[in-house]
Ligand binder design. Structure first.
Ligand SMILES: Cc1cc2nc3c(=O)[nH]c(=O)nc-3n(C[C@H](O)[C@H](O)[C@H](O)COP(=O)(O)OP(=O)(O)OC[C@H]3O[C@@H](n4cnc5c(N)ncnc54)[C@H](O)[C@@H]3O)c2cc1C
Length: 446
């Protein structure tokens, strides 16, 4: 092994999590790291590499600073770099946010290995990382920022369906819209923000046919609207019974006392993870089963302008929303027949194309990722609660199969959903990136 193969801090994944960790290391600590990512231009990751200016952030510009200590950082960047003026309450295109992340990545100027990491072996000191081209790197400490993977396969939809060219398993695949004619009937599975993205992209590409969205509850995310923020969360971890029912009751109590629902939901952001960590496992399961989807619909809201487009489409009948769990999809000569179940009733519909919009998978044990399989096999990482993400401490130190907390292997980003409820969006990732950088340099969180 040559000397240049030895790196101190290596980040695997160059999306938002990797870029922000590299940026914190560089600007706060003057430390340069290595980022491994197959992308030619890291920084964007899945969410911010959309080319569409129609795909907007679901958080207003004033909430998207990369620096938790400098809330106006993104607004200043926009002022200096984007044409025209952007109001703090505006929802800017995700593509623009991608340029911001890319800019921060460039400032950090990490060494970039343009490869996927396929294995990571613990040595007596540090790790040996194998790249897809067979080269090996020796790393002192490793941060996993691997983020999102292809959606999980749905029961009743075999992989062979992909070869028909009519079923798209991954809504973010490069050529997902190829072959869809202007008036083709399209069905999408899911009614979350991925479906919103896909509908807007279809229309942007000139598609005029009817789109049918199917999901268990047929609920789209709610819309953003102005409100006066509450001075404090509507309830806090102290003095509340740690049960899903008690949380629901406390929340409803605040609404009954007159709190605006959006203000109440957003007031909880700073205490969500603390409340989640207090819940015993059985209560977490209860929350996930009965409340999570309802919470997500009010918590992950869409910009009002986008909600207007959806309402218009629904009124015009060009967007149809059906309650139903898809149980099977079968190809025929010129399309697909979708079978779904709503309550006790089974029904079917036809479409020329189906796009799976169920969102990226965080069930890391099941995703197609040699690096993760390798780490699972060695017992260096374990799945998190409910098989989501990875088992780690709330501040991102990974926990191995024997329950040992690593001091040289960390995770930033969505994979922390193995322990936290909120770990996907920028307001959490920016704090995680700052804290992990601090731990890597000084050995303790700020
Ligand atoms: C469609 C969408 C819209 C969103 N909108 C918002 C929003 O408006 N506001 C907000 O706050 N949050 C939003 N989020 C959440 C959010 O910002 C993301 O969760 C965040 O970008 C996660 O970044 P990441 O780097 O962890 O993961 P990713 O973006 O998935 O990036 C991971 C990177 O790791 C690389 N990688 C994976 N495995 C390996 C490997 N073995 N070797 C090398 N590289 C590897 C991948 O190539 C990729 O580049 C959105 C998320 C999605 C999916």
């Amino acid at each position: 092994m040559t000397e240049t193969d030895i790196r101190d801090i290596v980040i695997i994944g160059g999306g938002a999590s990797g870029a922000l960790t590299a940026w914190n290391l560089a600007v706060r600590h003057g430390v340069t790291c290595t980022v491994i990512d197959p992308s030619e231009r890291p920084g964007f990751g899945l969410a911010y590499s959309t080319p569409s200016l129609q795909n907007l952030l679901n958080v207003a510009a004033k909430g998207m600073s990369a620096d938790p200590d400098d809330p106006d950082h993104f607004l200043r960047w926009l002022h200096d770099n984007a044409p025209g003026s952007v109001a703090p309450g505006e929802f800017v295109p995700r593509a623009i946010y991608g340029l911001y992340l890319r800019n921060l990545y460039s400032i950090a100027a990490p060494e970039h290995e343009r490869q996927a990491a396929v294995a990571c072996r613990r040595l007596d000191r540090g790790f040996e990382i194998t790249l897809a081209d067979g080269r090996k790197i020796h790393a002192g400490r490793v941060v996993l920022g691997c983020g999102h993977f292809d959606p999980a396969r749905l029961p009743g939809i075999p992989p062979e369906l992909d070869v028909t060219g009519r079923y798209r398993h991954n809504a973010w695949a490069e050529r997902v819209f190829a072959g869809i004619a202007v008036y083709d009937e399209v069905a999408v599975i899911g009614t979350g923000l991925t479906t919103v993205d896909v509908l807007l992209r279809l229309r942007e590409n000139g598609h005029r046919g009817r789109v049918t969205a199917l999901s268990r509850r047929g609920l789209f995310p709610e819309r953003h609207a102005d409100y006066t923020p509450l001075p404090a969360p509507v309830f806090t971890p102290g003095g509340i019974e740690p049960t899903a029912r008690a949380y629901l009751r406390a929340f409803h109590g605040a609404l009954k006392r007159g709190a605006d629902w959006r203000a109440a939901v957003d007031s909880m952001r700073s205490v969500t993870n603390a409340l989640w960590l207090m819940l015993p496992d059985a209560e977490k399961i209860r929350f996930q089963r009965h409340l999570l989807r309802r919470w997500e619909v009010v918590r992950h809201r869409m910009a009002a302008h986008i909600a207007d487009i959806l309402d218009q489409e629904r009124r015009a009948g060009s967007l149809r929303v059906l309650d139903g769990r898809v149980t099977a999809i079968a190809p025929d000569n010129d399309g697909l027949t979708i079978t779904a179940v709503a309550g006790e009733e089974e029904f079917s519909l036809r479409a020329a194309h189906v796009i799976n919009c169920t969102g990226p998978s965080l069930k890391y044990k099941r995703v197609d990722a040699p690096l993760l399989h390798d780490l699972f096999e060695q017992g260096e990482i374990m799945p998190g609660f409910g098989d989501a993400g990875l088992s780690c401490t709330p501040d991102g130190a990974l926990i191995d199969h024997a329950g040992k907390i690593a001091d040289d292997l960390f995770v930033v980003g969505p994979a922390r959903q193995g322990v936290l409820l909120e770990s996907i969006a920028i307001p959490e990732i920016r704090c995680q990136a700052k804290e992990v950088a601090e731990m890597l340099v000084n050995g303790n969180a700020p």
